[in-house]
Design a protein. Structure first.
Length: 267
């Protein structure tokens, strides 16, 4: 049984942490860097920042927020939204991100994934897939934070990711996002069957049991939560305890020790 990670997802519009339902109808929650610090202290394994209007405006606006977070939060940080080039990714990675998640630009030009992997390594490249159920029982890949239909089969797109250079998949259920009704287990089973890549599942967690059900449904590597964490419906420590009691390996993260006064100074 593989180790699993708890990911705190922070959707950002301009400088505000927000949350909506089905990737729309956003409400302000607070300062994203403050919440990032809160989740770090609570025991999250990773942070996921998503700029929800970046593709709409053609640029990612999270550089300053990521830089501020990276000074105080010693966790892997993945950043998505509006990344259209190697240069965009380089700017975010230099600001303190460890990985970049790409959706809209990769659908338009799949070779971008290959370019990013060649420059930064596959471990730094995440394909973000926003999947919405279709009347025939499948899933369509959406772009622009769920605003645009592509006509592309989401599961086939996931299956192409490894060959293009992606090292991980972030799959968000548009239908379950922000609903707190549980994750789309059929979607997660289909995604894990389609690729050998690590999978982060997002969309629908409202209680610890929803994460347990998702992990039991397929070979997931991580579950991401936003609304449930922001509104206190789920506490990271309790979620971790529930997963451990269900038998999921979750290595304890060691909090770094602050350097003593004067440490590292020359003179």
């Amino acid at each position: 049984m593989r180790n699993v990670r708890l990911v705190a997802r922070l959707d950002v519009k301009q400088s505000h942490l927000i949350k909506g339902v089905h990737l729309e109808g956003w409400r302000k929650v607070g300062d994203p860097a403050v919440y990032a610090g809160k989740y770090y202290a609570a025991g999250a394994d990773e942070l996921l920042y998503m700029d929800v209007v970046a593709s709409l405006y053609g640029r990612n606006n999270l550089t300053d927020i990521v830089s501020r977070t990276a000074r105080d939060v010693f966790l892997p940080i993945c950043v998505g939204g509006g990344i259209r080039s190697v240069e965009d990714a380089d700017r975010l990675l230099r600001a303190g991100a460890d990985k970049v998640a790409v959706n809209t630009a990769a659908v338009a030009r799949p070779g971008l994934l290959t370019e990013l992997a060649a420059r930064f390594g596959s471990q730094a490249v995440v394909l973000s897939v926003e999947a919405k159920r279709t009347p025939d029982g499948g899933w369509e890949a959406l772009t622009d934070n769920g605003r645009e239909h592509t006509g592309r089969d989401a599961i086939e797109w996931v299956g192409d990711a490894a060959a293009l250079g992606a090292g991980e998949i972030l799959v968000t259920s548009v239908d379950r996002d922000g609903t707190a009704k549980g994750m789309d287990l059929d979607l997660l089973q289909a995604v894990t069957a389609a690729t050998p890549l690590p999978i982060i599942a997002s969309g629908g967690i409202g209680e610890a049991g929803h994460a347990v059900a998702a992990l039991r449904s397929g070979e997931l590597d991580a579950v991401a939560s936003a609304r449930a964490l922001h509104y206190g419906e789920v506490v990271i420590g309790d979620l971790r305890a529930t997963l451990v009691s269900d038998g999921w390996p979750m290595p304890r993260r060691t909090m770094p020790v602050a350097p003593a006064a004067g440490a590292g100074e020359c003179g």
